[in-house]
Design a protein around this ligand. Structure first.
Ligand code: SAM
Length: 316
């Protein structure tokens, strides 16, 4: 559907849990898996998916927290993929629990994966996240094997932490059919407010004249993509601060407890509890329609916006 600013909203980011196995330094500060916040059932996510589909949403990205922590993740994917109008289901994961599950995810209806990976140094990975690098690297190969393609690697560059690894991270795409994407650190979460830790993607691009710009795969694509000579895959830059793309934003978020968050850069949330309890699908439809229509015009990341929740609570 079209929102109040004329944008066509066709993409849902659905968080299925706030819990996460990792404690990435810039995202969250708690130790280990945080206490379980309200989570809806697979049927409730499917109801939300159906209502969204009636409003013109055809792409769903499942996220969290860490979505693979949900024991019923296959059921959630199956129920969403049974909705005719939903043509693409994808997932963002830290891949710590992916081993041996890629084929089952594919069979359940998952089309492709984004895997988060910020460093190729095992000690630094453990220090930055608490997880194991070798697990992620073998999960990348397992996901490629299972044809969860195109696979994207999401990397947040943090000054002084991993900004010396940009070329090494890009090289993951040398012999793999993947896209390595550098995402600017947003003012959300533990370190996000610290401007000194931010790296402007324009600086990374300017320092690498070998990057060859590619046309966007679809209109309004947030990433700027580049080819590199001799690379099987590609490199992308997502720059919400230096190249704000709110005018073409096509997404809304639903958090694990069912609340709608129409814009990542606004603390506005819309409750769906009563609509879900009413069992009347029209009430739920109207609640979502209203939330989409009132999606804010854009984020205020550059002018002091403070997010009340970190990314693992909102759904990254
Ligand atoms: N657990 C899953 C994972 O790690 O991919 C999904 C949730 S995680 C919150 C999703 C993504 O949000 C990760 O790639 C993480 O790097 C990113 N993220 C968290 N805080 C961020 C911030 N302040 N700015 C940019 N990206 C952020």
């Amino acid at each position: 559907m079209i929102d109040q600013f004329g944008r066509s909203i066709d993409y849902l980011r659905l968080s299925v849990t706030e819990r996460c196995t990792l404690r990435c330094t810039y995202c969250r500060v708690e130790e280990g898996i945080c206490p379980k916040a309200a989570e809806l059932s697979a049927d409730e996510y499917a109801r939300i998916g159906k209502a969204c589909a009636r409003l013109g949403i055809h792409k769903v990205r499942i996220t969290g927290g860490e979505p693979l922590l949900r024991k019923d993740i296959l059921e959630i994917i199956q129920k969403l993929s049974a909705i005719d109008a939903i043509t693409e289901i994808t997932m963002t994961t830290n891949a710590q629990q992916l081993a041996g599950r890629a084929n089952a995810l594919k069979e359940a209806g998952l089309k492709r994966l984004n895997i988060s990976l910020d460093t190729l140094d095992a000690a630094k990975y453990h220090e930055m996240t608490g997880g194991e690098l070798s697990t992620v690297l073998s999960a990348i190969d397992e996901a490629i094997e299972a044809q969860l393609l195109p696979l994207k690697i999401n990397t947040v560059i943090v000054k002084g932490k991993n900004d010396d690894e940009v070329d090494d991270l890009m090289a993951l795409a040398k012999e793999r059919p993947i896209e390595v994407r550098f995402i600017e650190l947003m003012p959300i979460g533990a370190l996000g407010q610290n401007d000194a830790m931010r790296v402007n993607n324009d600086v990374l691009i300017a320092a690498r004249p070998f990057l060859q710009p590619l046309p966007p795969c679809y209109p309004g694509q947030p990433a700027r993509d580049y080819a590199v000579d001799g690379y099987m895959g590609r490199v992308g830059f997502i720059s919400p601060l230096s190249h704000k793309f709110c005018a073409s934003c096509n997404r809304i978020r639903v958090m694990s407890d069912g609340k709608i968050r129409p814009c990542l850069g606004s603390n506005m949330e819309i409750e769906t509890k009563e609509a879900l309890a009413s069992k009347d699908d029209e009430v739920l439809l109207e609640t979502i329609r209203n939330a989409i229509y009132h999606k804010p015009d854009g984020h205020h990341f550059n002018t002091g916006f403070i997010s009340e929740k970190n990314m693992s609570r909102i759904g990254g």
